[in-house]
Design a protein around this ligand. Structure first.
Ligand SMILES: Nc1nc2c(ncn2[C@@H]2O[C@H](COP(=O)(O)OP(=O)(O)OP(=O)(O)O)[C@@H](O)[C@H]2O)c(=O)[nH]1
Ligand SMILES: [Mg+2]
Length: 333
């Protein structure tokens, strides 16, 4: 007799909503009443790629704030970053798997505290602000530090890209997150370990947040952002990769919304065809009945697609409200 074994691939988010509801209903009350974690329950995870200039200061500042569990996950830096980190007496790992995503997957397998505080090794995120994240750790699986003060330290192109991605993220997942690409966030280690991460680069933040957003246990608090020390590692091509990951996460979360929105874009060629037909009829005195029919049908089709995508958005939001309501009943709030 053969026994069917469910593989990780079987659990890809196709049935995510049902799984989330089941997971939610199975949550133990013990988890709900977890007190604010102390710094000893947190491991600061710092992914680094050639951050020799800043890493020493980042480690010192973390210790000053009481974070003594520190893991630097190095991406095989050539500038001696790992040597500097080792001299500071912290754990240094060398990542398995590509990009920043590989570094965080490696950390999740290693870390043995309940929480991971992820932050860049470039001196931009003040460790003092990490306490703000900890204050909310009992209610959420992920708390993001939203870069509210010092936004001018984010390069202009990144600021625009970040705004665009966060706006689309909010629309798809219906959670109040304004800085989904922030490099500083507190997350439950077990949750990251079980996420079945598929990102390979800077898209890791969007992947973690998307997967956690479906459980409604994600929040953000304002933090400060400082000038970067050393050279930026994020490239333009990373922006495209982040968008593509967001596209797939959106597809798994609400495919009707995604395809409905894309199909409703057919309103653009439809309008073009109809405007031309009108122009030809008025000024050239030629009537293109086939164009008029095709343009009209395309416009009708895009209108229907828009209605369907709005309907699916409303349905998803109702589902989210029910989940939130169930949670507050469970927590007695
Ligand atoms: N281990 C590892 N770390 C990486 C890799 N790529 C980037 N990092 C680190 O990830 C962190 C974020 O990279 P940054 O270049 O700061 O990217 P960013 O924060 O989006 O861009 P900035 O606005 O310039 O800070 C930094 O600490 C990098 O050193 C990688 O491939 N492996
Ligand atoms: Mg950075």
């Amino acid at each position: 007799m053969t026994t069917e074994v469910a593989t990780e691939a079987d659990e890809v988010p196709r049935q995510r909503s049902l799984q989330d509801i089941e997971a939610f209903l199975e949550e133990t009350p013990r988890e709900v009443s977890t007190p604010r974690p102390s710094a000893s329950m947190v491991t600061a995870v710092i992914p680094t790629l050639n951050e020799k200039e800043a890493i020493g200061t980042v480690i010192d500042e973390l210790r000053e704030e009481g974070f003594n569990n520190i893991v630097v996950v190095d991406g095989y830096s050539k500038d001696g970053t790992s040597d500097v980190a080792q001299t500071k007496g912290v754990t240094v790992l060398h990542q398995v798997g590509p990009g920043k995503a590989g570094a965080l997957s490696t950390a999740a397998r290693y870390v043995d505290t309940p929480y991971m505080l992820v932050m860049d090794g470039d001196g931009t995120y003040p460790p003092a602000d990490a306490h703000r994240l900890l204050n909310h750790a009992d209610h959420y699986e992920e708390v993001i530090g939203a870069r509210v003060n010092g936004r001018t330290n984010i390069p202009r192109v990144n600021r625009i890209g970040n705004w665009l991605i966060s706006t689309v993220f909010r629309l798809i997942f219906d959670v109040p997150i304004t800085d989904v690409l922030s490099g500083m966030y507190l997350v439950r280690t077990a949750r990251v370990r079980n996420l079945n991460i598929t990102s390979t680069s800077f898209d890791i933040e969007v992947e973690i947040a998307s997967k956690i957003a479906s459980t409604r246990r994600i929040a953000e608090v304002p933090i400060n952002y400082r000038e970067r020390i050393g050279e930026q590692k994020l490239r333009r091509s990373d922006g495209m990769r982040i968008l593509s990951t967001l596209f797939w996460m959106g597809y798994y979360n609400n495919p009707i919304l995604l395809f409905g929105s894309l199909l409703s874009l057919s309103a653009i060629p439809a309008t073009g065809i109809l405007v031309y037909t009108l122009y030809a009829s008025t000024y050239l005195h030629v009537w293109h009945s086939a164009y008029a029919l095709f343009g009209g049908m395309l416009l009708l089709f895009s209108g229907e697609s828009a209605v369907i995508s709005l309907w699916s958005l409303a349905a998803k939001r109702s589902e989210n409200r029910i989940l939130t309501e169930l949670r507050s009943i469970r927590e007695g709030t």
